[in-house]
Design a protein around this ligand. Structure first.
Ligand SMILES: [Zn+2]
Length: 798
């Protein structure tokens, strides 16, 4: 039933490089690890890996580097170009030669480089010399730039300066109706083309000067007779310049991931000659050399990439009509595409500009669509997955990666795949990274249960029941309040596993309001489409999570998706996940004495799989609490000598003795060991001390409410100082525990007022014994002198 699988972390961060702001942010090393597990060397030799979307060049590259023949279907010409560049970029010498040729070509009386540079001339604010601006800064819809950035070659003044009237006049020389603009539109949609108006809208993210510069350069490239490698190098430089020429570069610079064609309030106009020059190093960061063929030519058995220019559906049609073709596909590995109006629309423009109208034609339809919603995406993914299910033999493993997981995306993917007949075999999601990994397998046989019909009401009831059961089971093993994405995904997984989406749920057709109601009644019922099912599933899970009386909710705001949810009746649930992780990690460290971060992290990911995948930060804080990094090998960690169990037992005995001494100094009597109670002269307990060696506090705090209704915070956990950061981490991430504790982060407004459990470090007990201020009435204040504060570790990502 449960499809929890270990999360595959990868081994290095996502590949930077041109266009990465539009590409899925996937760590590297995932493909390699997954293929090692799912595709034997023989299968790699005999068969192919299919990427039906081609959305991530680095993923394709990695599979090919692992020795696979990777067939990629990609309809977007720019996506195909990026894959070609990733596989086999031109040599740096080709970039340099191509740019040199462009630079020295003539433009009227001038050389091209001189001409383009002069478009960005400005006068130095200090010495008055004419210099070339690196960029101008604009406010959206303003007629002229407000600032410029340059480094003066005469007086060395550099930085940002207010723009002048001359800058305004220069920018306004370029009109929005020029010849170059006409050319830019012509190459995508000629005047009689119904998409013309959409191409014009798309072009509005370009300033006239940028269109002029780009088309002066593109026209010149068309006239140059370059050898193929240099031509490709120049196309790559110009493609990157096309991106840098948009007005979608926010000021101040932010790490944006644009999804809509929207112009930020303040943006940067890049100098396009400098953009060409900087492109050489940007593209040179890619350095592989892999065989790449165009379908149907096959790459060698040793591995490589085969590009199919078109959609998966087109490939399936070709295979169906041509019986000669045999494609033994052994695995499917893909980054699921995320609707990106910005990248798709710009790709249609750029493809037309660089490669002509015919090249852009099959992809041009994206210009028409301004908004993409997840319902629409569900239909698209359903169609693609249906093609896959029809193309592939049974039991082919499929890994779908989502780089920026959110509920709509996950729902579209899981609903689309399930309705298409793919079996979900695993799911893992790591909080803090938003990376989701979805595992499917093609079905053994056609599922019969789709024939079974149920009513819409019954289907909705089953959806809610499946989501509610799955969420409850998840929270019980998670042991702590969970955020919305985890709650939702648990419910979604439960719905898919229940099989309810595979049953034919009929619903009345959507009636036009003008129809009399009797007529709408006699219309035939229809089966829910994938976009309909998307909405039913989404509503069911939302209802379950937001049902009043269903869950406890912490940290809620007006938004229905903020805060953390926890069970009203938590009986039988596991200890909080961070406590479980700590115990596992310590057991292993104590047994082995030392460990490699990489191995430890993998062992933890195997033990805590699926939606329980521990965040990297937790693993690191936990490790830092008990172990020290080797000075010579940063990947090796060794249990600190004071953390050896025998040493910690001695510490516990010592601190217990010190607590007894302290009680005597304050004229309390003591009783018991855990808790160690302090009693006053009347025999009433005033303090309860719980000396521990770990940071495993969940069971202690949750299992025992405060033992007395006294006004102070009289329940005190005594722990080693090295555990303080780990406890602080746990309290930060568990609002339920935090509510039961008096400890607040220093400076927080309610730090003084909270009643509840307190934490005292061993060393504090020792210093209290020596404190000249020690008196009963001062004791509480003295205890509060050394509060827990959280210091985030310097993160390593894998
Ligand atoms: Zn100057």
């Amino acid at each position: 039933m449960s499809s929890a699988v270990p999360f595959i972390p990868g081994d290095s961060p996502p590949q930077p490089g041109p266009f990465s702001r539009y590409l899925p942010p996937l760590p590297q090393g995932i493909a390699k690890a997954w293929l090692a597990e799912h595709l034997s060397p023989e299968a790699r030799h005999e068969g192919w890996v299919l990427d039906p979307f081609g959305a991530s060049p680095s993923l394709v590259l990695e599979a090919a580097q692992a020795g696979c023949r990777v067939l990629v279907t990609a309809n977007n010409p720019v996506a195909r170009f990026l894959i070609e560049m990733a596989a086999n970029p031109p040599a740096k010498a080709d970039f340099l030669a191509a740019l040199a040729e462009l630079s020295t070509s003539s433009r009227g009386e001038e050389r091209m480089e001189q001409h383009i540079r002069s478009l960005y001339n400005t006068e130095c604010a200090v010495c008055g010399a004419t210099v070339m601006a690196e960029a101008f800064f604009w406010e959206r819809q303003a007629p002229a730039p407000y600032a410029r950035q340059y480094q003066c070659t005469s007086c060395n003044a550099k930085g940002e300066f207010p723009a002048t009237n001359q800058d305004a006049a220069r920018a306004q020389q370029f009109t929005t109706v020029g010849l170059h603009r006409a050319r830019a539109l012509e190459r995508v949609a000629p005047p009689n083309d119904p998409d013309r108006i959409h191409a014009e809208e798309a072009l509005s993210v370009y300033l006239p000067r940028s269109v002029y510069a780009l088309f002066t350069l593109i026209n010149k490239m068309d006239g140059l007779r370059l050898p193929p490698a240099r031509r490709r190098a120049l196309e790559a430089l110009l493609l990157r310049a096309c991106d840098l020429a948009t007005t979608m570069w926010q000021v101040p610079t932010a790490r944006e991931r644009p999804r809509q064609l929207t112009i930020p309030p303040r943006f940067r106009e890049n100098n396009l000659w400098l953009s060409l020059e900087s492109g050489i190093d940007a593209w040179a960061s890619l350095s592989s050399s892999l065989p790449l063929t165009i379908y149907p030519e096959a790459p060698p058995d040793s591995g490589g990439i085969c590009l199919f220019e078109g959609r998966l559906r087109d490939l399936c049609d070709q295979i169906r009509t041509d019986k000669e073709i045999s494609l033994p596909i052994k695995a499917v590995l893909t980054a699921l595409p995320r609707p990106n109006q910005a990248f798709w629309t710009l790709s249609a423009l750029w493809a037309g500009w660089l490669w002509g109208r015919e090249a852009a034609a099959p992809f041009k339809g994206v210009l028409r669509r301004r908004r993409y919603d997840w319902n629409w995406h569900t239909a698209g993914l359903f169609s693609a997955f249906s093609s896959l299910a029809g193309l592939l033999p049974p039991d082919v493993p499929i890994l779908g990666l989502i780089g920026e997981a959110e509920t709509g995306f996950l729902t579209a993917a899981l609903v689309g795949a399930d309705m298409a007949g793919l079996n979900l075999t695993g799911l893992a999601l790591r909080s803090g990274t938003e990376l989701a990994q979805l595992h499917w397998q093609t079905a053994r046989q056609d599922r019969q249960d789709r024939q079974e019909t149920i009513s819409r009401d019954e289907a909705d009831r089953l959806l809610r029941q499946a989501a509610a059961n799955a969420i409850e089971q998840f929270l019980k093993i998670f042991g702590a309040p969970a955020g919305y994405l985890l709650m939702y995904t648990a419910g979604l997984e439960g719905i898919v596993q229940s099989g309810v989406l595979r049953r034919r749920a009929l619903q009345p057709p959507k009636t036009a309001p003008e129809l009399p109601s009797e007529e709408s009644l006699i219309q035939e019922e229809v089966e829910a489409s994938p976009p309909d099912q998307f909405s039913y599933v989404q509503n069911a899970i939302r209802d379950v999570i937001s049902f009043r009386g269903g869950y406890l909710r912490y940290g809620a705001t007006d938004s229905p998706e903020t805060g953390f949810w926890w069970l009203r009746s938590p009986e039988g649930s596991a200890p909080p996940l961070p406590d479980q992780v700590e115990k596992f990690l310590v057991t292993r460290l104590v047994r082995q004495g030392k460990c490699r971060f990489f191995e430890l992290s993998r062992a933890l990911l195997r033990e805590f799989a699926g939606l329980r995948t521990p965040p990297v930060e937790l693993i690191q804080v936990c490790l830092e609490s008990y172990a020290a990094q080797s000075p010579t090998d940063p990947d090796e960690w060794e249990l600190r000598p004071q953390e050896i169990p025998a040493a910690r037992r001695q510490d516990l005995e010592m601190v217990t003795r010190q607590l007894v001494q302290l009680a005597e100094l304050l004229e309390y009597t003591t009783e018991g060991k855990f808790p160690l109670k302090w009693l006053d002269a009347h025999g009433n307990t005033q303090y309860w001390f719980y000396p521990i060696a770990s940071a495993v506090i969940g069971d202690l705090i949750l299992g025992k409410s405060l033992p007395s209704p006294s006004p102070g915070e009289r329940s005190i956990i005594v722990l080693p100082g090295s555990r303080a950061n780990l406890v602080a981490y746990k309290l930060r991430h568990d609002s339920r525990l935090r509510q039961l504790c008096a400890t607040r982060e220093a400076g927080s407004p309610d730090a003084e007022q909270r009643h509840g459990w307190r934490f005292v470090k061993y060393r504090q007990v020792r210093s209290l014994l020596e404190s000249p201020l020690l008196r009963r009435e001062k004791f509480d204040d003295l205890l509060n002198l050394d509060p827990l504060t959280y210091a985030a570790p310097q993160m390593r990502l894998f």
